[in-house]
Design a protein around this ligand. Sequence first.
Ligand code: BMA
Length: 339
Amino acid sequence: MSIANKNALPQVIALKSRIENITSKGYAFGHQDTTSYGIGWRNDAINYQSDVYSVAGDFPLVYGFDLGRIEHDNSLNLDGVPFDEMKMLIQKAHRDGGIITISWHADNPVSKGDSWDTTLAVKQLLDGGDYALIYKSWIKRIADFMLSLKDDEGELIPIAFRPLHEMNGFWFWWGNPNCSPEEFKALWRHTFNLLTKDFMASNLLFIYAPNMIGNAEEYLVNYPGDEYLDMLGLDLYQHGSAKEFKKDLKKNIEVLKQVANEKMLPFALTEVGLEKVEDTNWWTTVLDEILENSGISWVLLWRNHTTSHFYVPYPNQLSVADFIAFKNRSHVLFLNDVK
Ligand code: BMA
């Protein structure tokens, strides 16, 4: 078993093998910000909850969090989650046996706009660039947070980190029209080196995760090299019909699997969903129909923000019954399935 960071801790190696072994039983269910907030509630440090738990009586096996705005040393992330609370929720999820994955919707270091501010930036963040020192200080804050994530014995919690995601999309400043593939690769390697060498963040697995692609060649356009990552991801949302989505999902998983087999890496659907889930049987007839036996390690559904922006059911939502049926399938793994 090899890890890109040669100084990675044993628990990171264990995490990678755990991620690989999940596929012998099925795939894990994941949800972004699941214990931070949901529809009509926010974590209050008294009641530990999740819409997934309210609806299905079990927690996800994969817990997604996001570090956007930690780069400014803010106390809240871009979606209003306090970082000190996030740390506690990560510790709790880890204590319970969950897998933690973290993304980073980084602000634009040049314009100081958000991730979606596509002011050209990437070249200036590399060594010698006008914003290299600023970027380095931002990565230091990422490393400091990662290195503060410790379990009850004081050991570092292993994290599956998914920075600079959806780089083949036009919407983020690190996305393809806003930097060339070569610049992107340089930024990824630079970020990896800063985290693992300069700042010694030894508890990270690195996930490379483009958005929807058409073939393996496209998937690899921004691929920074085998020595710089540990796992492959892919983000894909349903924007049109179920029929179209199923076709795309099937095709994208085939490509992901093909690349993963060649590179001998585990793979996951790192963001998936149908906003508002207005399809009563979406879980069993759309999602799991394609994911069963697909070889993915997990599927992560995006966050439950408001009644017009959510991806998993909350009590009385129209897909609740089907979500429970989905959860009860033996190959769909929630937290209690691994206890
Ligand atoms: C997007 C939306 C945004 C959010 C961002 C980071 O997909 O949910 O509202 O700020 O993810 O979580």
